[in-house]
Design a protein around this ligand. Structure first.
Ligand code: FES
Length: 251
């Protein structure tokens, strides 16, 4: 089938306004958008900038806007776009470095804020820290996250609240908050219990819709809200639970 990629182009070192270039080619229906992009770079325009690495939905580096929807170029096949015209743009809400490459530093800075590592305060055992299969299962889905940033780019809160941690960082926070081996619940809840934290999430669910690993991000963020809600009640807090939980309420 004939495929035309309509690609966002911007080199901020030389131009202030972006433009779109079109690249046409014959492609097999089962070829991936990433295959087409590689062919553009090899055969038509070596200056086209985009990221990719594994080519198999593992590294998360080729997140972009594909016909208006955040996704991985290595996961989308050309047959999913039978009209043959595929518009490729950089992930929204991030600064463009060049063409389809965005600056993910703010994304990783927010990720770092949730302390994405086990905190125990205990000497590490000689062998691994044990956990039962059911304890492990609690966050089984959340650890499929590959930090591609599609969810954060799709979240409508991201452009409104620059300090909002965003769904990817909050999902990772959930993972450690619910890890039976972690002993920093109080510290973690303090980080999350604010409008820039878990309460910034209004439950729109676009994160879940675009996640290339099919993680129900909204559900797990809802679980975190409930944990914080329960902790407030358990602490006998007089503070009104006036915080907007986005109509979703504790899950
Ligand atoms: S290239 Fe690694 S996830 Fe697509």
């Amino acid at each position: 089938m004939l495929v035309t990629l309509r690609v966002f182009r911007l080199d901020p070192t030389r131009e202030s306004e972006p433009h779109y270039d079109e690249f046409s080619m014959e492609a097999k229906p089962w070829e991936r958008i990433l295959d087409c992009l590689n062919r553009v770079r090899w055969e038509q325009d070596p200056s086209l900038a985009f990221r990719s690495s594994c080519g198999h939905g593992i590294c998360g580096s080729d997140g972009m806007l594909i016909n208006g929807v955040c996704g991985l170029a290595c996961q989308r096949l050309v047959k999913e776009y039978p009209e043959g015209l595929i518009t490729l743009e950089p992930l929204p809400n991030f600064q463009v470095i060049r063409d389809l490459v965005v600056d993910l530093d703010p994304f990783y800075q927010k990720y770092e804020k949730v302390k994405p590592y086990l905190i125990t305060g205990e000497q590490a055992p000689e062998r691994e820290r044990l956990q039962s299969p059911s304890e492990r299962e609690v966050y089984d889905e959340a650890i499929r996250c590959i930090l591609c940033a599609c969810c954060t780019a799709a979240c409508p809160i991201t452009p409104k609240q620059s300090e909002f941690l965003g769904p990817a960082a909050l999902l990772r926070a959930f993972r450690y908050l619910f890890d039976s081996r972690d002993q920093a619940s109080r510290e973690r809840m303090e980080i999350l219990d604010r409008e820039q934290g878990i309460w910034g999430c209004k439950g729109h669910g676009l994160c879940t819709r675009v996640c290339p690993k099919e993680i129900d991000v909204r559900k797990w963020l809802g679980r975190t809200k409930k944990r914080l809600h329960d902790a407030r009640i358990a602490a006998g807090s007089q503070q009104e639970l006036s915080t907007d939980t986005g109509g979703q309420g504790p899950a």
